[in-house]
Design a protein around this ligand. Structure first.
Ligand code: FAD
Length: 512
């Protein structure tokens, strides 16, 4: 007789703590197959990259240990999930498949539909559990905030005491970081993955770094240290959003004196971002098409047939002739992370100044970001390209941003060694140096560093005009209203305070 088993399918929830599917499956008392499937077809998609795998690999190594300590090591397979389930159903009798609801991209959505169909055809129950703040089949956006808050307040789910082991099953190997399945070589480093690194990051953030969070979160040199850096852990699920939310809340309780008031404010700002996270992921849950189509149809074709490959390649490589843009891109290429404002600026430059389609540039960024999270990613790509119909049009001036956020040019010089001899007076616009000065600093424009790829003032003006013209179509406002009803935030924007402009503008997602 075939051994009865339950399968816990790990996807982007690579932890044993606060993991409802694992907890519930363990309660049943049958042997458990804790399963991770490496799906080669996923890794061939244009948004996937070896950098993601480098991070996931670290997570799986620890998950293997954690599951082993519970009694049944992680089982790893390489292949198609449906075929994998079929194979297990031949050797064992599957009594249930337990998983989190995933609000991923189009590829994972189709894959999940196939699993649902397989379970139905095989009469195997599929038990799916919400991923914290995201609500499946949300009836009205008006209700979302309340539901999310109540979920965040619920007690954390304890890890199971034991997983009943399966008597005969091969474990399978976790493919190495070099395995050809994961595409081309990644230049640079990847943030350390795994639950232990996640806890360390969380701890150093709450104990120390968060004290100055809002003051440094937009400066490219400092944000690396003062932002939480939890994003890849939340993306791949070494921590649940609820765990981070509750840690942050508990931490705030300990402050009493004056100094702590500021710290509390910092943590409150951090808490808002956790809420935005869920808000954005909810968008793709409610409307998966935002990965492929502009939220507002008025903008669907505006950039489609105007692709300029030369511009695209220059932007991708950090060779646009705008030092701050290029430094941000090269920093991102090397480290797989850059702060919010710089992501927004890179995107704005590509979409407005270079008039590139967000669907093309978005793949490049998705591959670079260790924290590629479809719900946030596609919403932000669209917001920073002016195609949602519900957000203010913001076009970043790359020179102004450079002067504000990298006054001395230290960040630029770190990432653009060809500008190392250029003084801070010229580093933001080296093309304005005269030729003798260019020679003296060994930064001859056109030879050592490119000419500005476009005239940024004219390019921004032209982009603004095109976007505004697209709004003139009949029914534009009505459609925008409907988009807001379905996907928009219910929070009223704060009035921008004069004082801490870098702080408030980030809070509002209302950047310039
Ligand atoms: C074009 C563009 C693409 C982006 N793509 C992604 C992506 O693929 N994955 C991703 O996690 N973030 C994305 N972001 C949002 C943001 O830049 C990152 O979440 C943040 O920089 C991560 O660093 P951190 O963990 O130190 O953030 P913190 O500032 O410490 O914030 C804590 C957490 O809140 C969430 N968060 C922070 N800012 C935002 C935001 N603006 N919107 C939604 N959630 C937020 C993240 O989960 C983050 O880990 C994108 C932003 C832009 C402009």
């Amino acid at each position: 007789m075939k051994e009865k088993v339950n399968i816990v399918w790990f996807k982007r929830d690579l932890r044993i703590h606060d993991n409802a599917p694992l907890h519930e499956a363990a309660r049943v008392g049958l042997p458990i197959i804790p399963l991770y499937v490496v799906e080669p077809d996923y890794w061939r998609q244009p948004f996937a990259s070896r950098r993601h795998w480098n991070f996931i690999h670290d997570c799986l190594i620890e998950l293997l240990t954690d599951c082993t300590n519970l009694g049944q090591p992680l089982i790893v397979r390489v292949g198609n999930i449906v075929e994998t389930l079929n194979t297990f159903n031949t050797s064992h009798s599957i009594k249930g498949v337990y998983a989190h609801e995933e609000s991923g991209n189009g590829w994972t959505y189709c894959r999940d539909r196939k699993v649902i169909e397989w379970c139905k055809n095989q009469s195997v129950p599929l038990y799916e559990y919400p991923s914290n703040g995201v609500v499946r089949h949300l009836a009205s956006r008006d209700d979302w905030s309340k539901i999310r808050s109540s979920r965040m307040a619920r007690p954390l789910i304890v890890k199971p005491q034991r997983l009943v082991p399966v008597t005969s099953i091969s474990l399978g190997d976790i493919p190495s970081k070099d395995d050809p399945i994961f595409g081309s070589f990644v230049y640079g480093i990847t943030q350390k993955g795994g639950r232990r690194a996640a806890i360390r990051t969380l701890k150093t953030f709450f104990d120390e770094r968060s004290k100055n969070y809002i003051y440094h979160l937009s400066a490219p040199g400092k944000s690396e240290k003062y932002c939480s850096r939890l994003s890849p852990h939340l993306t791949w699920g070494t921590l649940s959003v609820r765990e981070v939310y509750q840690s942050s809340k508990n931490h705030r309780k300990y402050f009493t004196d004056e100094d702590s008031k500021t710290w509390k404010r910092n943590l409150a700002a951090f808490g808002s971002r956790l809420s935005w996270r869920c808000h954005f992921v909810q968008k793709i849950e409610d409307q998966p098409s935002i990965e492929f189509r502009c939220m507002h149809p008025a903008f669907e074709d505006i950039r489609k047939n105007e692709h300029n490959e030369k511009y695209y390649q220059a932007w991708k490589k950090g060779l646009t002739g705008y030092p701050f843009i290029d430094a941000c891109m090269r920093n991102l290429i090397y480290e797989g992370w850059i702060t919010f404002r710089m992501r927004a600026m890179l995107m704005s430059f590509a979409s407005y100044h270079l008039w590139l389609d967000w669907r093309k540039t978005g793949h490049h960024l998705a591959q670079l970001f260790t924290d590629y999270e479809p719900g946030i990613h596609y919403s932000q790509l669209q917001m920073q390209s002016g195609v949602t119909g519900i957000n203010t049009l913001r076009i970043y001036n790359p020179i102004k941003q450079s002067q504000e956020h990298d006054k001395t040019g230290g960040f630029i010089k770190r990432w653009l060694p060809e500008l190392r001899n250029v003084s801070s007076a010229w580093v933001h616009e080296p093309s304005k140096m005269n030729l003798p000065m260019q020679r003296k600093t060994q930064c001859v424009i056109g030879t050592n560093y490119p000419e500005p790829i476009v005239n940024q003032i004219q390019a921004a003006k032209s982009a603004r005009a095109k976007i505004e013209a697209s709004r003139e179509i009949q029914g534009y406002k009505e459609k925008a209203k409907n988009i807001h009803k379905k996907l928009g935030s219910r929070k009223r924007p704060h009035k921008k305070k004069k004082r801490a402009s870098t702080v408030t503008s980030q809070l509002l997602l209302n950047l310039r």
